[in-house]
Design a protein around this ligand. Structure first.
Ligand SMILES: C[S@@+](CC[C@H](N)C(=O)[O-])C[C@H]1O[C@@H](n2cnc3c(N)ncnc32)[C@H](O)[C@@H]1O
Ligand SMILES: Nc1nc2[nH]cc(C(=O)O)c2c(=O)[nH]1
Ligand code: SF4
Ligand SMILES: [Mg+2]
Length: 209
């Protein structure tokens, strides 16, 4: 597996925000979101065997893992890793462009699937058939840069949403986060608003946190 970084921090995003979590960031991505805060993961990485990754991830003594990147679903070996970590609570941050039905998940594992909005420049990459494979416990994450993105996302959800926990969040430093809250409440949207907690606690460009 090509690994960009492995570190222990607290989960800064999504429904497990605040819990100690081991982060496994795989290298390489098939998209180029304009706002991407992790472009250092596109090329930088070290080849590690699944056994080496397993050893490192389990060495921290926490049973909560965030598998991210780059795009983690581009590396087939994650299937072996997920099987080895079947008792671990794992969320897989995926960009929504990869067919998730090729990665059936166990009870303790869930997807956090982005829907790429127009501001990302990658809205044509969304694999919309993924909506039918998401379960109640999976997350659908929508990162917004402006009102156009919000309207676009609201309409897309109306058409395609089936199951899963929806979160809205801002592109960091691009939009006043309060505006998103205001739009959600005006439209009586029953979704979760979130900020990237790690960027509040540490420098927004800090790595390994
Ligand atoms: C770096 S990506 C890696 C996983 C996968 N490639 C994806 O896009 O979901 C992890 C999460 O960070 C979010 N993200 C990246 N840059 C961001 C930024 N500048 N502001 C807010 N969220 C950002 C992405 O939308 C995604 O939900
Ligand atoms: N603390 C912390 N929480 C995170 N949740 C998702 C992250 C990611 O980069 O995918 C991330 C990250 O980079 N740091
Ligand atoms: S898909 Fe994720 S890692 Fe890839 S460019 Fe977009 S935000 Fe960055
Ligand atoms: Mg991040």
């Amino acid at each position: 597996m090509k690994v960009n970084e492995i570190f222990l921090s607290i989960q800064g995003e999504g429904i497990s925000t605040g819990y100690p979590t081991v982060f496994l960031r795989l290298a390489g991505c098939n998209l180029r979101c304009r706002y991407c805060d992790t472009s250092y993961s596109y090329a930088e990485g070290e080849e590690m065997t699944v056994e080496e990754v397993f050893k490192k991830v389990t060495s921290y003594g926490y049973k909560r893992v965030c598998l991210t990147g780059g795009e983690p679903l581009l590396q087939q070996e994650i299937k072996i890793l997920l099987a080895a970590l079947k008792e671990y609570e794992i969320n897989i941050e995926t960009n929504g462009s990869v067919d998730i039905c090729l990665f059936p998940l166990g009870e303790n594992h869930r997807f956090t699937m982005d829907i790429k909005t127009p501001s990302s420049g990658e809205a044509d990459s969304n694999c919309l058939s993924n909506f039918k494979y998401l379960r109640e416990k999976d997350e659908i994450k929508i990162v917004l840069g402006d009102y156009q993105d919000y309207l676009w996302a609201r309409d897309l959800l109306k058409q395609h949403y089936k199951k899963g926990i929806i979160t809205f969040s801002p592109i960091y430093n691009r939009i006043d986060p309060k505006k998103i809250v205001q739009w959600m409440l005006e439209d009586r949207i029953d979704a979760r608003f979130q900020l990237q907690l790690h960027k509040i606690l540490w420098h927004p460009e800090a790595r390994g946190v």
